[in-house]
Design a protein around this ligand. Structure first.
Ligand code: PD2
Ligand code: ZN
Length: 190
């Protein structure tokens, strides 16, 4: 779906098989740590706005993850070499990620340096690894859009307009609503 000239937003159901979803959870579940907030590595800290637990998987950590990374890169249209690892996330009752942007406002020398090294997060691919009994939807408050979590579903959206690379797109503001019942597992790659 193209919502205006620049912002792109795509939902593909069953992009991941049940096996892939369960496998990613299995790889992550024993090594979870509290998620942190912050635009660049030197700024991250535990914050109330983000209460999930998570584990980073290296994008070439094994054959299944590596091949999946390539499949995602083809679909998203960004070379696999530009991607970070897979971030697997678990949200239990009440846990959430308040609205934020995945790309950063480049407004300091540290951020400019990080951008020159790691690059901006041009697009986000977000996967739901489980269904959720209630809650856990992804919201885009500036667009009035809500995407329910559904096992195997992939959501791809643009964070940056190439003409304005230092500022996240207005439409890309998004968050994960609190889980009201059950557990939510998701995963993303930038
Ligand atoms: O897990 C999610 O639904 C979610 C939503 C928004 C994750 C992130 N952002 C993220 O990790 O950036
Ligand atoms: Zn996000």
């Amino acid at each position: 779906m193209v919502l205006n000239n620049q912002f792109c937003f795509t939902v593909i159901d069953n992009f991941l098989s049940d096996y892939e979803c369960d496998y990613l959870i299995e790889l992550a579940k024993n090594d979870l740590v509290r998620s942190r907030g912050g635009a660049i590595r030197s700024e991250t800290k535990v914050v109330d706005a983000r209460t999930s637990y998570q584990h980073w998987l290296k994008k070439d950590s094994n054959k299944i993850v590596y091949e999946l990374g390539h499949r995602v890169a083809r679909e998203v249209g960004i070379p696999f070499t530009h991607a970070e690892g897979f971030q697997v996330l678990r949200y239990e009752l009440g846990q959430e990620y308040k609205p934020h942007t995945d790309a950063m406002v480049v407004d300091s020398e540290a951020r400019r340096k990080s951008c020159a090294g790691w690059g901006q997060r041009l697009k986000t691919a977000l996967f739901y690894l489980s269904d959720v009994e209630e809650g856990g939807e992804t919201i885009f408050p500036n667009m009035g859009v809500t995407v329910p979590a559904k096992k195997g579903r992939m959501l791809v959206f643009k964070n940056i307009d190439e003409d304005v690379p230092d500022i996240p797109m207005y439409e890309s503001l998004h968050g994960s609503l609190p889980v009201k019942a059950g557990v939510k597992w998701s995963c993303n790659i930038w």
